[in-house]
Design a protein around this ligand. Structure first.
Ligand code: NGS
Length: 281
């Protein structure tokens, strides 16, 4: 411990204008897990945890991925995200929160589960909530938290690298622990596709009384993985009603996240949290 305390603080930054330094070559080859482990897992501790050895990190980052039946996406994600985060010299852990069962997908509640379970394991101070199909393309897109919640996935190739609308808060977001707690986390009442990210945006503005921040559009670039091993969930018909109902965010969120853990498994490349979310009719 004393040895690591004497290390200098990690400070990753790229000031160089040479794009060959910050541009990421996204690898879309689909490898089996054991090959990915060999390629990018050498320096990992159990559960997909990396700690820089040459410097001391100021933040402990939990990267929480919501997941269900997207195995190809997950493999490509892991193959790309580990080298990306290691180059940024971060103390990070990857959590994959898998929604077990046949209930509608609840992306936002899975993020809360990831937060709650991660905090039982390690004193994280930064949470990055991540879709499994988004791969960052620029190393200057640093996976750290700041004083404001950050929308990370500003420019996605599927949308021609344009921000769809100014309050968009989907894809990838980053929250300081204190901000996430003050927002009461993500909502739990959005089952199926859509609205939960807009709800989180409103929590930041109305409950936290903060604004979101973004890295520049030429930096916050992502490739969306396109494979055919999945079907997207059906849109939630109630999403607009809930979103505009102006309900009390203190009454739904972290404090009402209802879930049953089946198993937490510490794989080499990630910590898998298998969970069911009881869905009220
Ligand atoms: C909005 C959805 C968001 C969604 C965004 C982008 O309309 O949840 O589109 O979707 N809000 C509502 O439905 C209320 S995308 O084109 O990326 O699939 O994130």
């Amino acid at each position: 411990l004393s040895a690591s305390n004497s290390l200098p603080l990690c400070n990753f930054s790229i000031s160089n204008n040479d794009s060959s330094i910050y541009k990421v070559i996204v690898n879309q080859t689909l490898y089996p897990y054991n090959i990915i482990e060999q390629q990018v897992g050498k320096l990992l501790h159990a559960g997909g945890h990396f700690v820089p050895t040459t410097c001391r990190s100021e933040q402990r980052v939990a990267l929480i991925v919501c997941y269900r039946k997207r195995e190809q996406h997950l493999r490509m994600f892991l193959d790309n995200i580990h080298p990306f985060l290691q180059k940024q010299n971060l103390d990070y852990t990857i959590f994959v929160v898998n929604q077990h069962g046949n209930e509608d997908f609840n992306r936002a509640a899975l993020f809360n589960v990831g937060y709650l379970e991660a905090m039982k394991l390690y004193p994280f101070d930064c949470f990055i909530f991540h879709d499994v199909d988004l791969l960052p393309e620029d190393l200057r897109n640093v996976y750290k938290c700041g004083d404001q919640p950050r929308h990370m996935s500003v420019a996605v190739d599927k949308f021609n690298y344009k921000l769809l609308y100014s309050t968009l808060f989907g894809g990838v977001t980053a929250f300081r622990l204190s901000d996430f707690i003050a927002a009461n986390g993500y909502p739990t009442v959005y089952w199926g596709w859509g609205g939960e990210d807009d709800d989180m945006y409103l929590r930041v503005v109305k409950k936290l009384k903060k604004s979101i921040t973004r890295y520049p559009i030429e930096i916050a670039r992502y490739k969306m993985i396109r494979t055919h091993d999945h079907t997207s969930g059906t849109a939630n018909p109630h999403r607009h009603t809930i979103l505009y109902s102006k309900y009390d965010y203190g009454l739904d969120g972290i404090n009402t996240t209802n879930y049953t853990i089946h198993r937490v498994t510490f794989y080499k490349l990630f910590t898998l949290i298998n969970v069911t979310l009881p869905q009220e009719p």
